[in-house]
Write a protein that binds this ligand. Structure first.
Ligand code: SF4
Ligand code: MG
Length: 321
């Protein structure tokens, strides 16, 4: 089967301020990522805060240009595509429904906004389409003229989802879409996303620090660490038989590995390394309970192991011999 969306050798660097009187430094946020998703699939991307997953999401959405590498949509390089044409096919759902919705606009006008931008139909038709989509995501028509401030967090995320779907995209890139919500509401939103995937034949890229969420929704999972994919496998295999020591640590510690959410790290010993100064060799070696001689010198490549792909010398015969 061919991929609907494919990233090949994707890199993104940022020049960052390293402090007063210090030269700016280069942060390699995404460092050679290859991922792809089949039509109808859900690629979960997990990792701690700072691993590059949101930068990868922004590149897939065409919001941040890659420093190197390419993205293909049904085989076509998006670099040559018109921004608007891309936006018709790939739409975002962001983490924070509080800040991603304009507080002064009504719910119907927020959802109709992409239709306004792309000049689809008449104003009355756009409003009707917006209300239909609101109903489809579980918000009755009486919500149409409310503003975001009058809605709960879960209702606001439904508005964000309706806005993404009103253009009938093929791919929805969700960046932590349930992280700002109460646990009880998270499951409702995940199940809604799964229903909509079925109904509209959608393909998702689903970014989350929360492994339980990813296990629920994803068909395939990529685990990222310091800008690289360190393990890639189908969801059942990854959760039943994780291979990379980092994936094992994430699963074993039942932690919420996102320090940006104010949740302290547990289980992985040393804290997340400074992305400006990534460790030599295997980037995970300072925290790895299974490291051995050579791990701090040679960087492991992402290799096929039969049960997925993994970047760890424990699985590359050449280094162990
Ligand atoms: Fe651990 Fe070595 Fe594998 Fe890195 S390459 S994850 S340090 S065992
Ligand atoms: Mg993020």
């Amino acid at each position: 089967m061919s991929s609907l969306i494919q990233a090949r050798g994707l890199h993104r660097t940022f020049s960052v301020n390293a402090g007063v009187f210090r030269p700016r430094q280069l942060l390699h946020a995404v460092n050679g990522v290859d991922v792809s998703v089949e039509r109808g699939g859900v690629l979960g991307i997990v990792g701690e805060s700072g691993c590059g997953k949101s930068t990868l999401a922004r590149m897939l959405l065409g919001l941040t240009p890659p420093s190197a590498g390419s993205i293909f949509l049904a085989g076509e390089d998006v670099a040559g595509m018109d921004r608007r044409a891309l936006a018709r096919r790939v739409q975002p759902v962001f983490q924070d429904p509080y800040s991603s919705l304009n507080p002064r606009r009504t719910v119907a006008s927020i959802v109709a906004f992409p239709l306004d931008v792309h000049r689809v139909g008449t104003k009355a038709q756009r409003r009707r389409q917006a209300i239909e989509m609101l109903e489809r995501v579980g918000l009755p028509a009486r919500y149409a003229d409310l503003t975001p401030g009058q809605l709960s967090g879960g209702q606001r995320q439904r508005v964000g989802i309706a806005r993404a779907l009103v253009m009938k995209p093929e791919i929805v890139v969700c960046d932590e879409p349930t992280s700002a919500l109460d646990v009880s509401v998270q499951a409702q939103i995940l199940n809604l996303l799964l229903d909509l995937r079925q109904e509209f034949n959608l393909t998702y890229v689903f970014i989350s620090h929360n492994l339980a969420v990813v296990e629920h929704i994803a068909t395939q999972v990529a685990v990222m660490y310091l800008g690289r994919v360190v393990e890639l496998a189908d969801t059942r295999t990854l959760f039943r038989d994780p291979q990379h020591p980092y994936t094992k640590a994430l699963l074993a510690s039942v932690l919420t590995p996102d320090t940006s959410l104010g949740i302290p790290e547990t289980g992985l010993g040393l804290s997340f390394p400074d992305p400006l100064h990534p460790p030599a060799g295997c980037p995970f070696h300072p925290r790895c309970p299974q490291r051995f001689a050579g791990c701090d010198q040679v960087r492991p490549e992402l290799l096929d192991t039969g049960a997925g792909r993994v970047a760890c010398h424990l699985y590359s015969n050449a280094t162990r011999q």
